[in-house]
Design a protein around this ligand. Structure first.
Ligand code: AMP
Length: 498
């Protein structure tokens, strides 16, 4: 049975890719190994449940009538997941009805409600990626009063209209004023440090991926969980699942994934940042087989899948850390060409550039241009958001761009970004409004002076299009003269490529 499946892969638009029914069996095999591995490190995980926030996303149809949906949505909607056999190691507090509800508010609300009701049974708390778990904590901050009201009265908020959820919650919800009182007490406090372990005291670890782009969320997760271990259990993509972490409780900086050779055919292009390969049809890349990679070296992952992709470059850069028996283990280094990422969005340099160009059009009537810019993924507040620093050249000082226009520039940038970004803004609320910080004239020159003082070459200096280094951030922030936010959500529909 041929289906297609989309993902928010390499920088930019979702890609459509082939998918076959049997692939779900192969992926199920990888899932089925995760808990036996975890069981070697954390005992008694069969004595309770997982509060795992799982969501489906909107699906679309291709012009030929095939269903296109993200891979996890395919999995949650499959019999493999819906009719999974009883497994005491894989019990979720979330009912299937909540996981499968396409409305992200109703789904999250119900999953949180169930997590609260069963709080003593919860042994692990998680989501696929760190950003998803933090979104759930933020949701609790915003909705605890209603949740506690429902628990106190044993009724379900009228905002939850999905009939299957209402039916299943009618069986679960009983008035529990004592629990409601506890939630009021914990959540009304200003101090949310260790909130995860306060509400779910039996949590042994967080089940979230914090490698790669998600590493930015580690300090916040530590704050909310009192530094609980963070288990990065597996490494995969919509195109193919790759492998698992055989030491899932290791420190995030030390995580390696062992690629499972039965998931696909894996090859590697040697990667060297200082001398990037220029590939052409006439000179194919030197591919190295999985068995011949060398410890310490960097590679770009190339896959050939059972679904029909042939020597497909995933875009991930990996480093070989060691061997498990004869199987190499890899550290996820980074994704190629990704500048900004908050959730599953991935924005590259050219998209950012296009955004700046489109927004600059609004400045024309003020005779103003953007002379320099850089960006930053701000994840200090949840949801995180993009921050763009702008240095402007205002040619007519008596008529500078108005606040209103600079706010509109934020929106114009958002409208130019890819649909995965806009979906995060509109449907998933996983990304906050884009912010432009206008900095004083000369700031970018100071930035260059700073880089040169640290050893950069004057000839080869390029303005970094994304920054995260604290002293640079401090320099930029100390020169900000005005701050602007997108006043509205950008345009997005589930249809493809709008
Ligand atoms: P998608 O196809 O949208 O699910 O995205 C797949 C991509 O997410 C991979 O190619 C990686 O870049 C990233 N990814 C998936 N799993 C991990 C992981 N365990 N650690 C770091 N990055 C990951």
């Amino acid at each position: 049975m041929m289906k297609t499946c989309s993902s928010g892969t390499s920088a930019g638009e979702r890609k459509l890719m082939p998918f076959i029914h049997e692939e779900l069996d192969r992926r199920q095999l990888l899932y089925s190994l995760l808990m036996p591995v975890m069981n070697q490190y954390v005992p008694d995980l069969d004595k309770g449940k997982a509060l795992h926030f799982l969501f489906v996303k909107a699906e679309t149809k291709t012009p030929g009538g095939l269903v296109a949906r993200p891979v996890l949505t395919s999995y949650y909607k499959s019999d493999h997941f819906k009719n999974r056999p009883f497994d005491p190691y894989n019990l979720y507090t979330s009912p299937n009805e909540a996981i499968l509800c396409p409305d992200s508010f109703q789904s999250m609300y119900t999953q949180m409600l169930c997590g609260l009701i069963m709080r003593h049974q919860v042994l692990r708390v998680g989501a696929v990626f760190a950003s998803g778990l933090l979104r759930a904590i933020r949701f609790l901050q915003l909705n605890w009063q209603q949740l506690s009201h429902d628990i106190s009265t044993g009724t379900l908020s009228p905002k939850i209209t999905d009939p299957s959820i209402r039916e299943c919650m009618a069986k679960l919800l009983k008035p529990d004023p004592e629990l409601a009182e506890f939630i009021n007490m914990e959540c009304s406090s200003e101090d949310w440090e260790r909130i995860i372990t306060r509400i779910w005291p039996n949590t042994k670890y967080l089940d979230v991926i914090v490698t790669g782009a998600m590493a930015q969320y580690i300090p916040t997760l530590d704050y909310y969980s009192g530094g609980l271990p963070k288990a990065c259990t597996m490494y995969g993509s919509s195109e193919c699942y790759f492998g698992l972490n055989l030491r899932p409780i290791s420190d995030p900086s030390d995580v390696s994934y062992t690629i499972m050779p039965n998931m696909g055919y894996f090859e590697f292009i040697p990667h060297d940042d200082s001398s990037p390969l220029t590939l052409s049809r006439d000179s194919p890349p030197p591919l190295v087989d999985l068995a011949y990679v060398e410890v310490g070296k960097y590679y770009e992952l190339v896959i050939t899948t059972y679904c029909g992709l042939n020597r497909y470059r995933v875009g991930d850069i990996l480093q070989v850390t060691r061997f498990h028996n004869t199987a190499p283990e890899f550290r996820f280094v980074r994704r190629k060409n990704v500048l900004l990422s908050i959730d599953s969005d991935k924005t590259d340099e050219s998209e950012l550039q296009r955004g700046i160009e489109n927004a600059s059009v609004l400045l024309k009537e003020f005779n103003t241009t953007v002379v320099e810019y850089t960006s930053y993924a701000d994840t200090k507040s949840i949801p995180g958001h993009y921050v763009i620093y702008w240095e402007l050249m205002i040619k007519n000082a008596s008529r500078p761009p108005t606040n209103e226009v600079l706010n509109q520039c934020c929106l114009a940038m958002e409208e130019s970004l890819n649909s995965v970004y806009r979906q995060g803004r509109v449907a998933d609320n996983s990304i906050g409004p884009l912010e432009i910080r206008v900095v004083k004239n000369g700031t970018f020159e100071e930035l260059m002076d700073y880089a040169i003082s640290r050893g950069a070459s004057i000839n080869q200096y390029k303005v970094p299009r994304c920054v995260s280094f604290t002293p640079i951030m401090e320099l930029l922030d100390s020169r900000v003269i005005s701050v602007h936010f997108s006043p509205a959500a950008p345009h997005w529909t589930p249809e493809r490529r709008r």
